[in-house]
Design a protein around this ligand. Structure first.
Ligand SMILES: Nc1ncnc2c1ncn2[C@@H]1O[C@H](COP(=O)(O)OP(=O)(O)OP(=O)(O)O)[C@@H](O)[C@H]1O
Ligand SMILES: [K+]
Ligand SMILES: [Mg+2]
Length: 719
């Protein structure tokens, strides 16, 4: 057992902690990329990618646009065999239709590329100082240091990082405490504290250590670091279709098949009527009928949704979670580190009657010597102020340390001298009371009063007890202080107005929980919750038909984060929490769910609105193409009535419909990327509004658009 009494340097306490509002630097970054408008340069830059995506292997993933591509090939062939202005015009615009669809996706992906490039540069330059061998001397243990490229680090490797150095990989701080600049990852310029033990032990590769020295045990495999995942995410390479997206794709593919059958069976009819149609016209008819608008924009909408989350400093590792976020109705949060700053420190020793201060301080310190949690270290620091001296290793040779666990809620030490044994424990009030009672000891009446008064003020009381030849007894309490993150109550109120219930689940005692719950303004709280109970509460909510989000930072939150529909891990948290959740909030803001829900809703609404628009605007094109196909055919004069737009000629009518069909995709790229604005309202009102705007708009727009294009095409000779 190494006893390493790291004293927290005082300057660290002056470093500002994360606030719930993003700092100016991060906000600026958001603004820089968040603007919905795309500039033409972006379109141009994405053009090569759009052309590359024409490869059938890529296209086949999008059935609707794949059909258009096959149509483009067919019409090009017939244009070669039977050249005319009309056939070349149609085949040219069909290719453009496919390219525009690819362009939408390429532009959506391109937005993350620059960010990915910066992240790559960070990653490639890191050299790790790996601790290789563990030489065990007489009474000394030592590591040998070797420099290796960060990309070679494996899980369980141990590295050292000193002030000025870059953390070479994701891992846990196993020794020391440091101020870390995480701006490369979070865009946040204020440094944060990373320390061994508690819930702030996780460090991320690519961040910079500003002060002191930490020893880090690597937890990520090469190529699977947080930075790697972030790069894949902003580039969209790891993106998988969500269940909703798949369902919509199947619907679009089915519609496409139906229209292919309809168009194919049209030919014998037309033959019989004495008006056989060319391949070019049949393909043109098919392309206008199938839902090309949504087929072209669907993937871009999904990528843009993930991108909007990145802009709000949330890394969503699953698109399904983003969609689920749109419908969340319960949010569970843990207390320490999520609702509070998580900087729980010993503020005072409060002995029971008859016990001197320094006896309590000494016992508290002894029980904390090997307690690597921030709470434990802060007890050691406080004890020094009571004049308690440090123990050296020789004095502690017979000590057996009992580490803290969320199950026992206690930590401590056992000493043995010959046949005499002395045990010291500190921990949650009822855990220690039970421990004393089990040893036949008594709990003085003022112990309960001390514990309750600390808790009622929102502090966390830890009782300290000993067992020696005089029996087991409580000595007093340690007052741990933590602070509720600023501005949190208003944001919980905002969640309430969105119809989301907030529940705080904490391992802390009911009185402390009640005080913090009242201050933070959560709707409900559960105290003395074990990891299993956190998990059970989520299952219960889910069984009741609720979609549950969980926000947490600790290893004890990991099971709950994994079970929740939306599991948001704080970036300040442990790597276990970050692995378990499906989103990581780089700002570590407990109310980030507000943004996540907005983005989720916006994603669903945008997809719905553009699907409506797509299907409605195909109907109108029908009025342009069908009369054109049968114009001048005896027996079908009635169809001429459908030519309500009074289009110039049948060729120009068909070409206008195809050109309009292609242009509508380009016109809607900005909307697909920006997303339809989300105004909080009922699902019913939203649906009505969307049908009005996008349904009616979809019906009317083609009439005006096709007519305008037709007027221009009249001027082209040969049309
Ligand atoms: N180092 C420690 N030694 C002894 N007891 C501790 C120590 N740290 C915490 N405790 C006690 O154990 C209880 C449970 O701690 P745990 O970390 O499981 O939950 P928590 O962090 O308080 O709550 P949350 O789940 O909201 O983060 C604490 O409320 C405290 O009373
Ligand atoms: K179409
Ligand atoms: Mg916790």
């Amino acid at each position: 057992m190494i006893i390493h009494l790291t004293q927290r340097p005082l300057m660290l306490h002056l470093v500002p902690e994360q606030d719930t509002t993003p700092p100016p630097a991060a906000r600026q970054r958001h603004r820089a990329v968040a603007g919905g408008a795309i500039d033409p340069k972006q379109l141009l830059a994405s053009l090569p990618d759009a052309v590359r995506k024409l490869h059938p292997r890529v296209m086949v993933r999008n059935p609707v646009m794949f059909v258009v591509e096959v149509g483009s090939v067919l019409t090009t062939l017939s244009a070669v065999l039977d050249p005319s202005v009309f056939t070349w015009l149609i085949s040219g615009w069909l290719w453009l239709t496919v390219i525009f669809a690819n362009l939408a996706e390429a532009v959506a992906e391109g937005r993350g590329k620059a960010q990915a490039e910066t992240l790559r540069r960070t990653r490639s330059t890191i050299v790790a100082r790996r601790l290789q061998t563990w030489r065990v001397g007489m009474d000394r243990r030592d590591w040998e240091e070797r420099q290796v490229p960060a990309a070679e680090l494996r899980p369980h490797d141990v590295v050292v990082v000193e002030a000025g150095g870059t953390v070479p990989g994701d891992g846990e701080v196993v020794e020391g405490v440091a101020a870390v600049d995480e701006s490369a990852i979070t865009g946040e310029s204020a440094p944060v504290i990373r320390e061994s033990g508690g819930d702030r032990s996780g460090v991320t590769g690519g961040t910079k250590v500003l002060s002191d020295r930490i020893v880090v045990r690597i937890t990520s495999r090469p190529g699977h670091t947080f930075l790697d995942r972030m790069i894949a995410l902003v580039e969209g390479t790891s993106r998988q279709k969500t269940p909703n997206e798949l369902a919509l794709n199947i619907l679009l593919a089915s519609l496409t098949v139906i229209f292919i059958l309809a168009v194919v069976s049209l030919q014998p009819m037309a033959d019989w009527a004495g008006a056989p149609q060319t391949i070019t016209v049949l393909v043109a008819l098919l392309v206008t009928l199938i839902p090309t608008t949504i087929g072209a924009l669907l993937s871009a909408i999904g990528i843009a949704g993930m991108d909007r989350l990145v802009q709000r400093n949330v890394l969503a590792l699953s698109g399904r979670a983003v969609e689920a976020a749109g419908d969340v109705n319960t949010l569970l949060l843990d207390k320490t580190g999520t609702i509070t700053l998580g900087n729980r420190e010993a503020a005072a020793f409060v002995p029971v009657q008859g016990v001197p201060h320094d006896l309590l301080a000494d016992a508290a310190q002894l029980s904390s010597l090997a307690d690597e949690t921030p709470e434990g270290r802060s007890v050691v620091v406080l004890a020094k102020r009571y004049g308690i001296r440090e123990r050296d290793e020789g004095e502690l040779a017979h000590a057996y340390f009992v580490p803290f666990s969320a199950q026992t809620r206690m930590s401590g030490v056992d000493f043995a001298w010959g046949d005499e044994i002395c045990r010291i424990r500190k921990g949650a009030g009822n855990a220690v009371v039970q421990w004393v009672a089990a040893r036949g000891g008594s709990v003085p009446t003022d112990a309960r009063w001390i514990v309750d008064s600390i808790a009622a003020g929102g502090g966390t009381p830890l009782l300290v007890a000993v067992e020696d030849r005089d029996g087991a007894r409580v000595l007093g309490a340690i007052h741990l202080k933590d602070i509720v993150k600023p501005g949190i109550a208003e944001r919980f109120a905002a969640l309430r107005s969105m119809g989301i219930k907030t529940v705080m689940v904490t391992g802390d005692n009911p009185l402390t929980a009640k005080a913090i719950a009242a201050e933070a303004g959560v709707d409900e709280f559960i105290a003395e919750a074990t990891p299993e109970q956190k998990l059970a509460r989520i299952r219960e909510e889910q069984a009741g038909g609720n979609l549950v989000a969980m926000t947490g930072d600790g290893t004890n939150d990991a099971p709950a984060l994994a079970q929740a529909d939306v599991g948001v891990a704080m970036n300040t948290g442990t790597s276990a929490a970050k692995e378990a959740g499906n989103m990581v909030d780089l700002d570590s803001s407990p109310t980030k769910l507000i943004d996540i829900v907005e983005v989720g809703k916006q994603l669903l609404i945008t997809r719905g609105a553009l699907t409506t628009f797509s299907i409605c605007n195909d109907v109108a094109k029908y009025f342009a193409i069908v009369p054109a196909m049968f114009s001048g055919v005896t027996g079908y004069e009635g169809l001429e009535k459908l030519n309500v737009m009074g289009l110039h000629s049948s060729t120009s009518a068909i070409a206008s419909a195809i050109i309009f069909n292609a242009l509508v995709i380009v016109a809607l790229i900005p909307l697909a990327l920006r997303g339809v604005r989300y105004v909080p309202s009922t699902a019913h009102a939203l649906l009505r509004r969307n049908l009005r705007v996008y349904g009616l708009g979809g019906l009317v727009a083609p009439f005006a658009g096709i007519k305008a294009i037709d007027l221009l095409l009249q001027l082209v000779p040969g049309m």
